[in-house]
Design a protein around this ligand. Structure first.
Ligand SMILES: Cc1cc2nc3c(=O)[nH]c(=O)nc-3n(C[C@H](O)[C@H](O)[C@H](O)COP(=O)(O)OP(=O)(O)OC[C@H]3O[C@@H](n4cnc5c(N)ncnc54)[C@H](O)[C@@H]3O)c2cc1C
Ligand code: FES
Length: 314
């Protein structure tokens, strides 16, 4: 049986054990969220030995060369020594600049990182608060906002949501991996109709993408559809309506969950060039994608980021 080493601790584990499960099973604290290689909360650094990695492309070559691996994607095939990502040592500090409620369940968090962070609107970061790490999408635009902005859904009991409710200006969080790319704005899209379909706080990255598209003078129609459980949860109603008032090509549709099926059945693709960006929890995304496909939009013209939560069935 291979030996797994973490600091002074040594364990024997079955060949082909999943690295994340093996570490958690031995009481080593490693945060995780999606278990599918997308959130990057479960980063560990391999000091000796090499696990079998089922998704090597999920990390940059640079990160891999430094020994970083996603524990949820690795199998133990031989002796291995690892150290978990340590937010104090490996993460970037970021100070809370602002924290306020945009709706009864959505908290807006603005952070000032200790040094400038290069990112594209639509990407996401792992936020660390103590030993809790969860992925959250950036709602800010680097060329326009001096801070990093996040929209945190606190409508459920959860380790991060609970902690976020008590954050105050001046607190320091740590930033983990910057990830994503499915949701972005490509300047080549300027003349193509753009649909942005968001469920709940799936609006966060699409708000960034919308502002980036307008900043890059997108000329074709942009339609943004936001689905929320109730009208009070259209938490960006005013800024979205202000953007629509200032740009003739922007249409905003604010829908509640019970209006969604009818609205989706009425969607008509007017141009074969249309592109759709989808974001939110997986079940709603699947609903969006199915309807768009039935309306004639090829899957290759849809870009999606699913908010998978911890302990959700894969
Ligand atoms: C790439 C990516 C980007 C994300 N971006 C955002 C974002 O910008 N804003 C945002 O609010 N979320 C976002 N999420 C989702 C967020 O990371 C998860 O919902 C996370 O699990 C919340 O952590 P928690 O500690 O509050 O709850 P956890 O302790 O992880 O979960 C506790 C329980 O609550 C359930 N749960 C978690 N979140 C929800 C929810 N929203 N509604 C209902 N039940 C829930 C879980 O299934 C679990 O049973 C993103 C997820 C991914 C993968
Ligand atoms: S990438 Fe491993 S838990 Fe999300």
């Amino acid at each position: 049986m291979p030996e797994l080493r973490v600091g002074e601790r040594r364990f024997h584990v079955a060949v082909d054990s999943n690295l994340l499960d093996a570490l958690l099973g031995q009481g080593v604290s490693v945060p995780y969220s999606c278990r599918s290689g997308s959130c990057h909360a479960c980063l560990v650094r391999c000091l000796h030995g090499e696990p079998q990695d089922s998704q090597p492309e999920a990390l940059t070559q640079e990160r891999r060369a430094d020994g970083w691996r996603l524990a949820c994607q690795c199998q133990i095939v031989g002796d291995l020594e690892v150290e978990p990502f340590d937010p104090q040592r490996d993460g970037m500090p970021a100070e809370v600049l602002g924290v306020d409620w945009l709706s009864p369940r959505v908290l807006r968090l603005r952070l000032l990182p200790s040094r400038a962070l290069r990112y594209r609107p639509g990407q996401h970061l792992v936020l660390w608060w103590g030993d809790v790490a969860r992925p959250y999408s950036l709602a800010s635009v680097p060329t326009e906002d001096a801070w990093l902005e996040f929209h945190i859904d606190c409508g459920h009991a959860g380790a991060f949501a609970d902690a976020a409710r008590s954050l105050v200006v001046g607190d320091t969080l740590r930033l983990g991996e910057l990830r994503g790319g499915a949701l972005h704005y490509d300047p080549d899209w300027q003349a193509r109709p753009l649909w942005l379909l968001a469920a709940g706080t799936g609006l966060a990255p699409l708000f960034g993408v919308l502002r980036e598209a307008l900043r890059q003078e997108h000329s074709a129609a942009i339609r943004l559809l936001h689905v929320a459980p109730e009208p009070a949860e259209h938490y960006l109603r005013e800024p979205l309506q202000a953007l629509a008032a200032a740009h003739a090509n922007v249409q905003i549709d604010l829908l509640t969950v019970d209006q969604l099926a009818t609205a989706l059945s009425e969607l008509r693709i007017v141009s074969r060039q249309t592109l759709a960006l989808l974001c939110g929890h997986r079940s709603t995304l699947e609903h969006f994608a199915r309807r768009l496909y039935m309306a004639g939009l090829p899957r290759s013209q849809m870009f999606a980021d699913a908010f998978v939560s911890r302990d959700e069935p894969a």
